[in-house]
Design a protein around this ligand. Structure first.
Ligand SMILES: [Zn+2]
Length: 417
């Protein structure tokens, strides 16, 4: 979440736009013009120049921050963002598909992960610790009351609540980035070290008479942690365009908790979940017990549940891939609704940088973004854990040598009929 100004929080600015067909068309034209101007400005510049223009958190493990509060853990990912989103025309949205997601396939928790999203709250918050715990419980509860997800607070890990604590899914820690953002979070498919909710000092200096609160900020941030992109990247907002790498889950909602108020948002700074937010979340993860969903809101039906059959494992040891080479494993015959997991580890003392790609139904397409999972990290430690979509029975695994790589692969899946 980013505030309305560099140093102080402002209410929504700009004139709100009604989503009439004319307004949407004009907004799309504006977005296109801004987008082209941005690409022209960067066309002849280098990645190193772009990198210098991007805020990077200065502490160990710090991320690059773009679009207000969206974080890239790996320099390789920032470089791809620059090459494919800033310099080039981004790919167009595929209409009518599932979810507001991000670079690298749909970023959502699978059916096991979504029920155990555990976290700790660092004791380094000091005297503020109880208020952060309370705000986290309020914000996680807002989502788990509507969607079939479970955030689990593990207080026993608070004293060792760092980015390397493997006993929790994510950590909540204080930072001081001087208002660069109020807080920032992560997307579901990031590795452990990148899965943190960081709360800036500025989020504790809010106007007590204002609508913006820590729990509101965290409702927005935890929306990212469930896979939601910023609603204001949609053309109907007429401003604050980020990229086209998302799928609509509901029709445009300018009141959404994922919509910055200062981007022609309709909501105020209280950042509460709208009926569209609630139903969109329930559509992706299933509805929470007791939540009455409105089936007319979601653009697609919910994902299918897991299979009852037992999984099997196949190992591929001592594998090699040359720089630039694409190497296939599988396809694996899988059961719709079951889990498909691939874990890659480095082989030997110089494992290099192999990249893992997974796609259902057909082989992954690296350049066009045709894949369901691609961690895209520097080094060989990568994994994908996906639910096989309804109607799909084959899983393809591809390795690409970003640099030459040496790796072992473990594939766990439930065979189809
Ligand atoms: Zn955000």
């Amino acid at each position: 979440m980013r505030g309305g100004g560099a140093s102080k929080i402002r209410p929504a600015t700009g004139i709100a736009v009604s989503a009439t067909p004319e307004a949407i068309e004009e907004a799309q034209a504006q977005v296109l013009r801004k987008d082209r101007a941005q690409r022209a400005a960067w066309a002849n510049k280098t990645f190193e120049e772009f990198e210098r223009s991007v805020f990077k958190e200065s502490f160990p493990g710090g991320k690059y921050i773009v679009n207000g509060d969206v974080a890239f853990a790996d320099r390789k990912q920032l470089q791809e963002f620059f090459e494919t989103r800033i310099k080039q025309e981004p790919p167009q949205t595929r209409p009518g598909q599932l979810i507001v997601a991000g670079v690298g396939g749909d970023k959502i928790w699978n059916n096991t992960q979504k029920k155990q999203i555990s976290y700790c709250v660092s004791t380094t918050f000091g005297a503020r610790h109880p208020s952060v715990v309370t705000a986290m419980q309020g914000a996680t509860g807002a989502w788990s009351q509507v969607a079939d997800v479970a955030f689990v607070y593990v207080a026993s890990q608070n004293a060792t609540c760092t980015a390397s604590n493997a006993n929790v899914v994510f950590d909540v820690n204080p930072v001081n980035v001087h208002g660069q953002y109020l807080a920032r979070a992560f997307f579901p498919n990031e590795p452990r070290a990148g899965r943190n909710v960081l709360i800036d000092e500025s989020a504790f200096q809010l106007d007590p008479a204002g609508k913006l609160t820590l729990v509101g900020i965290l409702r927005h941030e935890l929306g990212h942690s469930l896979g939601w992109r910023h609603e204001h990247t949609r053309p109907e907002s007429g401003t604050c365009f980020e990229d086209n790498d998302w799928k609509p889950l509901t029709s445009y909602d300018r009141f959404s908790v994922m919509h910055y108020p200062q981007c022609n948002g309709g909501g105020d700074w209280s950042l509460t979940l709208t009926n569209f937010d609630k139903n969109g979340a329930a559509c992706v993860y299933g509805k929470a017990p007791g939540f009455v969903a409105d089936p007319t809101i979601c653009l697609t039906p919910p994902l299918s549940g897991p299979s009852a059959c037992g999984p099997q494992t196949q190992a591929f040891n001592d594998q090699r891939v040359a720089k630039g080479e694409e190497k296939m494993h599988g396809p694996f015959t899988v059961s719709p609704g079951s889990r498909f997991e691939v874990k890659m580890v480095g082989d030997g003392t110089a494992p290099g940088d192999p990249d893992l790609y997974v796609r259902f139904d057909q082989p992954p397409q690296r350049v066009t973004g045709g894949f369901a999972c691609r961690p895209y990290l520097s080094g060989p430690e990568e994994s994908c854990a996906l639910d096989v979509p309804a109607g799909q029975t084959r899983a393809f695994v591809m390795m690409h040598g970003y640099a030459a790589g040496a790796y072992d692969l473990i594939v766990t899946f439930t065979a189809g009929q």
